[in-house]
Design a protein around this ligand. Structure first.
Ligand SMILES: NC(=O)c1ccc[n+]([C@@H]2O[C@H](COP(=O)([O-])OP(=O)(O)OC[C@H]3O[C@@H](n4cnc5c(N)ncnc54)[C@H](OP(=O)(O)O)[C@@H]3O)[C@@H](O)[C@H]2O)c1
Length: 252
């Protein structure tokens, strides 16, 4: 009997990562949940196991290369890696943005994705049919005022995805970039505004049905379950009420 294919999801302790872990478990993958908050991924792994799926949790900071390398030693063969860990810090204009925020966003979104992808690429290749998903953003494709540091970091992730796809063509690994627009998740905007829930709520104010974490997870689940020869290079997904990063319909 063939072994159950394994999917690693980074940033699985909340939002899109947690929803993706649920979706991939339901698709029949053995899911390995990683994030820094061990209690949250352990609780989700237990919930999935209870529901009859295969799930384990492993506490991991994607910016800690030594820890990522240690984590990767557990895998000889890997079917799917979802690079989801990341996020935004602040919404200051370029003129006054904090360089420390820019550095941290680059470190988490770009170097974190680089660390995990480099460490797990041998196992993805060894599987004979590997899939790498990179969760960028519509911020990876165009700028918006106040987005500076996040837009720069997500553009970096986009370039990582594009370059890697060029470099590994001919190997049995595909690279899928999923670029969501506005997604209302429990923590993204609150983290961005450092716990200021009022500012966070304004992001979604008057928007009829922003995307949910489940909408994005559904997109990822669809993309990774296409036949092996089909590579969804870049999938942009926005709510109907959002036509661009700066054109959002609000009923206020
Ligand atoms: N929400 C949106 O509107 C939106 C739109 C487009 C793209 N995205 C992207 O989608 C991804 C998920 O966003 P989300 O909305 O689900 O946000 P979220 O709920 O804030 O989730 C972010 C996840 O990343 C993890 N994380 C952050 N830093 C980490 C680190 N150094 N090491 C390991 N894990 C880390 C967090 O877990 P721990 O804190 O437990 O480590 C958390 O699980 C992000 O890359 C984000 O940029 C979001």
């Amino acid at each position: 009997m063939a072994a159950t294919p394994i999917a690693v999801v980074t940033g699985a302790s909340s939002g899109i990562g947690a929803a993706t872990a649920r979706t991939l478990a339901a698709e029949g993958f053995r899911v390995v949940l990683t994030a820094r908050r061990k209690d949250r991924i352990e609780a989700l792994a237990a919930e999935l196991t209870e529901a009859g799926h295969q799930a384990t949790a492993y506490a991991l900071d994607v910016t800690d290369r030594a820890a990522v390398d240690e984590f990767a030693t557990a895998f000889r063969s890997l079917a799917v890696l979802v690079n989801n860990a990341g996020g935004a810090l602040g919404a200051d204009p370029v003129a006054t943005g904090d360089p420390a925020d820019w550095r941290q966003m680059y470190e988490t979104n770009v170097i974190g994705t680089l660390n995990v992808t480099q460490a797990l690429l041998p196992a993805l290749t060894a599987s004979g049919d590997g899939t790498i998903v990179i969760l960028s953003s519509t911020a990876a494709l165009s700028s918006y005022e106040g987005g500076g540091g996040y837009v720069a970091a997500k553009h970096g992730e986009h370039v990582l995805a594009e370059t890697l796809r060029l470099e590994i063509v001919g190997t049995p690994v595909r690279v899928i970039e999923v670029a969501p627009g506005m997604v209302r998740t429990e923590e993204f905007a609150t983290t961005r505004f450092r716990g200021d829930t009022e500012k966070a709520a304004k992001v979604y104010a008057g928007v009829d049905a922003p995307l949910t974490a489940e909408d994005v997870a559904d997109t990822i689940g669809w993309a990774v379950t296409r036949p092996s020869h089909v590579n969804i290079d870049l999938l942009v997904v926005r709510p109907r009420a959002q036509a661009s990063n700066t054109k959002v319909h609000r009923t206020l």
